[in-house]
Design a protein around this ligand. Structure first.
Ligand SMILES: Nc1ncnc2c1ncn2[C@@H]1O[C@H](COP(=O)(O)OP(=O)(O)OP(=O)(O)O)[C@@H](O)[C@H]1O
Length: 237
């Protein structure tokens, strides 16, 4: 699948003494959408968190572009172009949409901030209409949109997004996945953890199936989608 942006080499990781990932080797292709799926508790989020430095790595290496980031703290990974969108609590509810965006770009010169804002509006026009509204009053889907917009303020090279459709109706979930597509169309690389297997693999390029902390499938998303055996066994679809 061409050039990679993140690479895991034989990584074992977990939380303190609890190991949840075992000997994982994986490449995240640049410019594409990679979707990570698997049963509950399989280690999908742990895999994503390991890319950003939220777990303990016991063995192996994590590379971002050509930098070894295995033991680099998350805030330093953010500085070199990674961004992580949490499932919940990814915006400041008491601040307006504008204030959330200004805060994300607090150190940007006014002209750069304006340019980024225009980029955000061209991708997500709805946010322009909601600028003065408190972020906590946005719908669940719009909050995910704002979380992505906050990410854009930093111009990251890769978005790591943890279950953005959790708790949303199937219709809203599809809408949120369409925002992920918009991000990717603008050139951003995306790694997405999803419970919404079918809908997410449909927008994905690469599909990764995690089972019991190991990679059970790694290949084109459409191929994973077509693997009825795996789907039945692990994905409940
Ligand atoms: N912060 C944490 N501290 C300790 N253990 C954790 C932590 N987060 C997750 N775990 C454990 O790691 C294992 C894998 O969890 P993970 O969240 O990666 O699974 P998942 O595949 O994303 O599942 P789900 O779809 O249910 O969120 C689970 O046993 C979980 O209890």
């Amino acid at each position: 699948m061409g050039d990679w942006i993140i690479k895991l080499e034989d990584v074992s990781a977990g939380y303190g003494k609890l190991q949840t990932l075992f000997d994982v080797s994986l490449e995240i292709p640049r410019g594409l959408i990679t979707v990570i799926v698997g049963p509950n508790g399989a280690g999908k989020s742990t895999l994503l968190k390991t890319m950003f430095g939220f777990t303990t790595v016991y063995k192996g290496r994590v590379l971002f572009e050509n930098t070894d980031v295995t033991h680099m703290p998350p805030h330093d990974r953010a500085k070199i172009g990674m961004t992580f969108i949490f499932q919940l609590e990814n915006i400041f509810r008491e601040l307006t949409v504008y204030e959330n965006l200004r805060l994300a770009g607090y150190d940007l010169p006014e002209d750069v901030f304006r340019d980024r804002l225009e980029e955000v509006f061209s991708m997500f026009p709805r946010l322009k209409e909601r600028l003065g509204q408190k972020a906590g009053t946005l719908s669940g889907g719009e909050r995910q949109m704002l979380a992505m917009a906050i990410g854009i303020m930093r111009k990251p090279k890769v978005f790591l997004i943890d279950e953005p459709t959790a708790g949303l109706s199937p219709k809203l979930a599809k809408e949120v996945l369409s925002y992920v597509r918009i991000l990717n169309k603008e050139g951003y690389t995306v790694v997405l953890v999803e419970q919404n297997v079918k809908a997410s693999l449909e927008i994905g390029d690469k599909g990764v199936l995690v089972v019991n902390g190991r990679i059970a499938f790694d290949g084109p998303a459409e191929e994973l989608l077509a693997r009825k055996d795996l789907a039945k066994m692990y994905l409940g679809v």
